[in-house]
Design a protein around this ligand. Structure first.
Ligand code: AMP
Length: 283
């Protein structure tokens, strides 16, 4: 497995691979990998002949009061996990190599980033789409894999790819969960033992939403109410939002004739966690 830290070297590597006729797959991550990330890697491995994983804790997607400095990092352990897939290249640049001090150009995917997490994390998605656009230009992938865990991020990247004609196939992968249902996340490492128990309320709330939808296809408000009730029962949880939106456009007031996204963000202690489910009309 090659480890590349220089963007120019990464581009040279990819250009050579493209000339040889390889199909390049990219899985962007912020590291501190878990089985959710590995599911994306395995999907990328199946669909490409050269698989590149990026590990980059992107400063531009963190707000000034967020956890950029303390975001968990474990480069050696990550590399050992990536070897098992196997991944061909780890692209792990330093922030200074990705952003020159005078960089001023941003990619903004517009309305799709206005609600849900976008409403609570100003500038977050602008940082995400900008770094992903840069990664696409540096790595030149044919295919890029993203998790449905960060559903709004997935939709923002799909929108960017369409709006800006990136020649990249975006491949979504379903949420990978712990045995008890908690969505895997690098940030779960922040949780104390009791917070870890409280955190289960997010996936229980998602399950309640799904059950409500299955039992009697009612209205979106009732589904949101069912999920919120589960979260409110847990004392250690502070709800940021529980919302039902159209699963394609992320617009509010969704019609139950189309797939809807139930999305949750909540704080467990100081840790901000998210979870979601897409509910289809026939379910
Ligand atoms: P991150 O390192 O948190 O930026 O995540 C990198 C990629 O892994 C993103 O596309 C995430 O959506 C995806 N991801 C993170 N956790 C999970 C999970 N539990 N299941 C599926 N994909 C995930």
């Amino acid at each position: 497995m090659n480890i590349i830290t220089s963007p120019d070297e990464m581009t040279r590597f990819s250009s050579d691979a493209i000339q040889r006729g390889e199909r390049i797959g990219l899985v962007p991550t912020m590291g501190f990998l878990h089985d959710g990330h590995l599911a994306l890697m395995r999907e990328g491995r199946r669909e490409s002949s050269v698989l590149i994983a990026s590990i980059f804790v992107n400063p531009t997607q963190f707000g000034p009061t967020e956890d950029f400095a303390r975001y968990p990092r474990s480069f050696e352990r990550d590399c050992a996990m990536l070897e098992t897939v196997p991944v061909d290249v780890v692209f792990a640049p330093e922030p200074a190599a990705m952003y020159s001090p005078d960089a001023q150009t941003w990619v903004d995917a517009g309305d799709i980033t206005g609600g849900l997490c976008g409403a609570h994390r100003p500038g977050h998605f602008r940082g995400v789409t900008t770094v992903v656009a840069k990664l696409f230009n540096i790595v030149k992938p044919h295919l890029a894999v993203f998790g449905e865990k960060d559903f709004q991020q997935l939709r923002a990247i799909q929108k960017m790819v369409r709006d800006l004609n990136f020649d990249v196939e975006v491949m979504p992968v379903p949420i990978v969960r712990e045995k008890d249902g908690l969505a895997m996340s690098s940030r779960n490492a922040y949780l104390s033992v009791t917070e870890r128990e409280d955190a289960l309320a997010l996936s229980l709330a998602i399950r309640a939403a799904r059950d409500k939808h299955r039992a009697a296809p009612c209205c979106a408000e009732e589904i949101v109410f069912a999920a919120s009730r589960v979260l409110k029962r847990m004392k250690g949880i502070e709800i940021e939002y529980v919302e039902a939106v159209d699963a394609e456009t992320l617009a509010r007031h969704p019609s139950l004739d189309r797939p809807i996204l139930i999305a949750i963000a909540a704080r467990v202690g100081k840790t901000r966690l998210i979870d979601n489910v897409v509910l289809n009309p026939q379910e």
